[in-house]
Every structure is written in C-alpha cells, then in structure tokens.
Design a protein around this ligand. Sequence first.
Ligand SMILES: [Zn+2]
Length: 241
Amino acid sequence: MQLIVLGCYGPYPPAGQNCSGYLLRHNDTAVLIDCGNGVLSRLRYYSEPWDLSAVILSHLHSDHISDLMIMRYAWLMRQESTSPLQVFAPDEPREEFDRLAYKNLVETHAINDNSSIRIGGIQFHFSQGKHPYPSYFISAEAGGKKLVYSGDTAVFPGMAEAVRGADVFLCEASYLRADLDSGAGYHLAAYQAAEAAKEAGAGRLVLTHHHPERDPNLALDEAREVFPATELARAGSVYFL
Ligand SMILES: [Zn+2]
C-alpha cells in the first residue's frame, strides 16, 4: 500500500496548510480517508476525484468532512457519466450524515463499531474511539501489511488493541501532556499516541492532526521519549507499506 498525506492539521489549519486527508492506494484501488478543508486541491496532485474507489470518513466533524461538500460539484460538472462517489461514514449525528448524500452523485453507507468492508484490494475494519461525535479507528490491510489510523479520539482502556499489528500507526496528537494537565479533552497527547504504539508493537508511529498554533516538533519530541520510531505527518509525505 501507499499512503499519501494530503492534510494533517486540526481543527483548522495554519497558513498554507489544510485539515485531515489521506490517500491510500493499492494497485488499482484508491481510497480517500477523511476529506477536510483543502484536501480536494491537494488530492489532484495524485488522483482525480472521479478515480477514487471510495471515501471513508472517520467521523463527521467539519475538519474531516468539509471538502466533501464541494467534491460533489466535481461530479456535477463532469460531462461524461460516471458512477456515484461511494462514501462510508458514521451515521451520527444524523443531520450531518444526511448532508453527505447528493442527488444521484454521492451515495452514503453507514459504518459501525467492529465492522469490516472490502474496497477493491483493501480490507478495512472499524472500531470506535472516544470522541464527542462517534469516531472510528480505521485499519486497512493489503499485501500482508496493515495501516491503522486513529481518527480523532481521547485515550480509552484497550486503545492499543485497535492498533495491534499495525506496520504504520497514523495517530492524532492534538495535545501535549501539559494540555491534558490543564484540562484539555477529547483528543490525544503525543505521549499517549506513543504509549499505544509501544503497547501495540507498531512498526512506525506517524503523528498527525497537528495543533495549528504550535510547532509540531514539540509533539514529536514528547512522543519519541516513549516510542523512538515516531515521525510527523507532512502534506505530501508518502509512506510505503
Ligand atoms: Zn479533527
């Protein structure tokens, strides 16, 4: 598989950056995981949206879905007929889920806890994290390799189980330890991502969902104290697994 980072900030971006989006490819299969603001523009360096096999949304917060609201216009403007865009997402909150479908151009499918789907040559599995909106860990397996993406989550008992066997663990690290000490919630600190990677025996940890007002290297330093095989997601980074 090939993982291309299209956006790695949340819940909003600094200048010249954008929010969450990751293109996962394996042979002829191309799946976009999350579709935050700015992702469609960067996607087109690598793939036309019509060539996507599907889109999977970890959850329905706007920093993970907002470009889906304009991707529909690419289908609308397309002169030749093309099959509908297939979107897999949690169906809560219902009003957000209902906004995703569009005419006969975007079809939606609900994903649930501990469920699996196959898209082309990639097998996906979903397990629920801990977030104000239902948010899912997404594991993707193909060619004997496994990617796990955390979506947005706070730490919860057994989190490492969702990561077990990952060659690459792409994990949000919105915070530092000091933020949690100050009462921040709903997201992970970098050291917590690293502890999960270590407990799960992950091959590499890639931190993402960077804080828009802070140097991501602070998160990198905190994580590497626990799990040295950690790096930072950057727009345009490509990982082969
Ligand atoms: Zn987010």
